[in-house]
Structures are given as structure tokens and as C-alpha cells.
Write a protein that binds this ligand. Structure first.
Ligand code: KG4
Ligand code: ZN
Length: 365
């Protein structure tokens, strides 16, 4: 715990408590400016595994049980108490509405009891803002590929507080394709890490998989055809051969996802000179993707910023990072503040760190 004297002596910009409950991870973090003092993540994966995907009601109930212990753990690890906290940041959307509401209500209650400001944060801005954290924070401008379970997009990040959307998936998100394909192959949930592990022993050229949007001149993505191609390959093979060739199927599928993501990054780099490229979202934890993007950046002489895997998948430190550039709401103006599950993107202008309507989060299994 810090004494008032220590607080005064420290160079801290602001001690933030951040909370993230948009999907199936209950997360809390304490940030001192761009420095992470704690980043606690309690995964509910085991609770959803039997269902093959996230069940919204189960997620919300788990967040209710876990929010307090996770926040206590984050404060404890950071060596602070709620009395030290100067603002509370929380993911307001997009995501599962029941899950989000647990985080937003918890954050409002903590903030209101101490008359602290509340900082609602957009989840996708959080994935981008993971790159602003210490050590070696990346400053804009940079090109950011965000690939998660609910979204896949290319962002032109020219300022800390927002980004311009250059392209996005027209159907499934990359992580969703990983999850559904892993399920098809009888692998565990969440599918991304399970499929990556299975693919280690496979031949990425064993099966031809479509690399969608290759001839499309834009920067949008599409993954639903790839998932369908895998369904057909499995049908052709039959259950026994599918099981026998599982590693090859996983490797071929993964190679096609990586090829599409890197093809669009390459196109964006050819269109405009960027000094740096960054990755965000759960799929950014994927080893072959990180390697392929590394090679691409080397080819183009562009700096690549890779955050640790714990900051790629959902976490609260990234929400705290985005909050540093978002607009705080003073007490009591946020008491009626609501979470948002999804919405249409604003027609023009950069997405700001302030909350606005955004595209839908991951469709549920
Ligand atoms: O960002 P995230 O934790 O949550 C959302 O905002 O959706 O991303 C979760 C997604 C899941 O679809 C998961 O399967 C995928 O990221 N993922 C991966 C890997 N680790 C997580 N996909 C591929 N390879 C991985 N190693
Ligand atoms: Zn996410």
C-alpha cells in the first residue's frame, strides 16, 4: 500500500483501475500511466468448453461471481487499495450485453462510492491501445491488424485516441473461424490455441484451402468460405480419415488464415508508407501469424510491434491503456450510463476513444 508521501513523490500520471468483462474472461488491472502494476485474467474457458463456445448467460453469471475477487487480486498485486485509485475504466462494448453489464455496473459502483470519474472504453480501441503500454510503448502513427473472436479489421492509427477503419471482415472474424474449425476437428475450446497446437505436427500444404479476397482490391476480409471449405474436406475424408489427417487439416486451415491476413497487410503497406505495424486481438497470439507478419515487415523495412500474448487476448490492462486517451465522465453523470452490445459504425471520421456505436461482437455458438 502506498503512503500519501510516496504518492506525491511518484511520477504517476494517474492510477487507474480497469475492468473488462465483454466476453468470457473476467479481467481487472491497475495502471500507473502506461505502466502495468497488475493485470489479472480469470478465464471462464472451462465453464464454456462443454458447449463448444461462449454461452452468454453462463458468462454473465461467472462475471458476477468473479468480478470482486479478480478486482481484489488486481489491487493486491499492484500493492494499492481503492483509496489510491483515481479513476475507473471499463469496457462499455461491443460484447455480450449481460457480460458487459456486470463490468459496467461494478465499475460504476466502485467509482460512485468514491466520487471518482468513470471512463467507458471501446473494446476494439482497447486491443489497439495494448500497443501503447510499457515497456517500449508504440506511438502513432502505425498500421494495426486487430483479429479477435468477434472482429477482424485493419486500423490506421494516427492518434492515441482513435483509429480510421481501413478494412474489416465481411462475415466471420478470424478467431471465430479458428473456433468453429477447431470444433469441427474435435479440438478444444477456445479453438485458436488448440488448432495452432494441432497444426504443429501437420503439413500446411496438405490440403488446398481458399485464400479469400485475394483478388479483391480492397482491404476487407472474409473467412466464412474457408470454414465451409474445411467442412467439405472433412465430409470428403469421412470421420476416420478426418481424425487421421487432423494435423494436416489444421495446418492447412491455419496457413490460409495467415495468408489472407498477411496479404491484406501487404496491400495496406503498398498503398501507404507506414513506419510501424502492430497486431492486436486474440489471433495475434498465433505463432505462425506473428512469424509471417515479421517476415512481411522485414521485406518492407517496417518496424513490427508485438505485445506479449497476455496482452493480445482479452485483458483489462489494454482497457486502462485506451482509457488514458478517452473522455472521463464525472460523478454523478455516469450513473445512468449503459453498456452497448453492438451497433453501426459512425459514417465517417475516426473512431474515437469516446464511446460510439460499433459493429457486433462475436456471434455465439
Ligand atoms: O481478443 P480475444 O481474446 O477476445 C475477443 O475480443 O474476441 O480473442 C479471442 C479469439 C478466439 O477466437 C481465440 O480462438 C483466438 O482469439 N485465439 C487464437 C489464438 N489464441 C486465441 N487464434 C489463433 N491462434 C492462437 N494462438
Ligand atoms: Zn477482444
Amino acid at each position: 500500500m502506498m503512503s500519501a508521501n510516496e504518492r506525491e513523490q511518484s511520477t504517476r500520471a494517474e492510477l487507474l483501475l480497469a475492468i473488462e468483462t465483454s466476453c468470457d474472461d473476467t479481467c481487472a488491472a491497475v495502471l500507473d500511466g502506461a505502466r502495468i502494476l497488475s493485470n489479472v485474467i480469470s478465464s471462464q474457458a472451462a465453464a464454456h468448453e462443454g458447449f463448444g463456445g461462449v454461452v452468454p448467460e453462463v458468462a454473465a453469471r461467472h462475471h458476477l461471481e468473479l468480478a470482486t475477487p479478480v478486482i481484489d487480486a488486481a489491487l493486491g498485486e499492484a500493492g494499492v487499495t481503492l483509496d489510491d485509485i483515481e479513476a475507473v475504466a471499463v469496457t462499455a462494448g461491443p460484447g455480450l450485453i449481460g457480460a458487459l453489464l456486470v463490468g459496467v455496473s461494478t465499475a460504476k459502483a466502485i467509482a460512485a462510492a468514491r466520487r471518482l470519474p468513470l471512463i467507458p472504453v471501446d473494446h476494439l480501441q482497447g486491443h489497439v491501445a495494448a500497443n501503447f503500454l510499457e515497456p517500449e510503448p508504440l506511438a502513432p502513427p502505425f498500421l494495426c491488424l486487430v483479429a479477435s473472436g468477434g472482429h477482424t479489421l485493419l486500423a490506421a492509427v494516427r492518434e492515441h485516441g482513435g483509429y480510421e477503419l481501413l478494412g474489416q471482415t465481411l462475415d466471420d472474424a478470424a478467431g471465430e473461424a479458428f473456433d468453429k474449425s477447431a470444433r469441427l476437428l474435435g479440438l478444444g475450446y477456445p479453438g485458436g490455441p488448440a488448432l495452432e497446437k494441432e497444426a504443429e505436427g501437420g503439413d500446411p500444404e496438405a490440403f488446398e484451402m481458399p485464400v479469400a479476397m485475394a483478388r479483391d482490391p480492397g482491404l476487407d476480409f472474409s473467412f466464412s468460405g474457408l470454414k465451409t471449405a474445411l467442412v467439405y474436406r472433412c465430409r470428403e475424408l469421412g470421420p476416420e480419415q478426418t481424425a487421421a489427417r487432423r494435423a494436416d487439416l489444421a495446418a492447412s486451415f491455419q496457413a490460409a488464415v495467415v495468408a489472407q491476413l498477411t496479404a491484406k497487410l501487404r496491400r495496406a503497406l503498398r498503398r501507404n508508407p507506414w513506419e510501424a505495424v502492430a497486431l492486436g486481438g486474440g489471433v495475434a497470439a498465433n505463432g505462425p501469424l506473428r512469424e509471417a507478419v515479421g517476415r512481411l515487415c522485414e521485406e518492407h523495412g517496417v518496424r513490427l510491434k508485438l505485445v506479449p500474448i497476455a496482452l493480445c487476448t482479452d485483458n483489462a490492462a489494454m482497457i486502462g491503456s485506451a482509457a488514458r486517451y478517452a473522455t472521463p465522465i464525472a460523478y454523478p453523470d455516469y450513473l445512468g450510463y449503459d453498456a452497448f452490445a453492438s451497433g453501426e459504425r459512425q459514417a465517417d471520421g475516426p473512431i474515437s476513444g469516446d464511446i460510439g456505436p460499433k459493429s457486433a461482437h462475436r456471434p455465439l455458438v
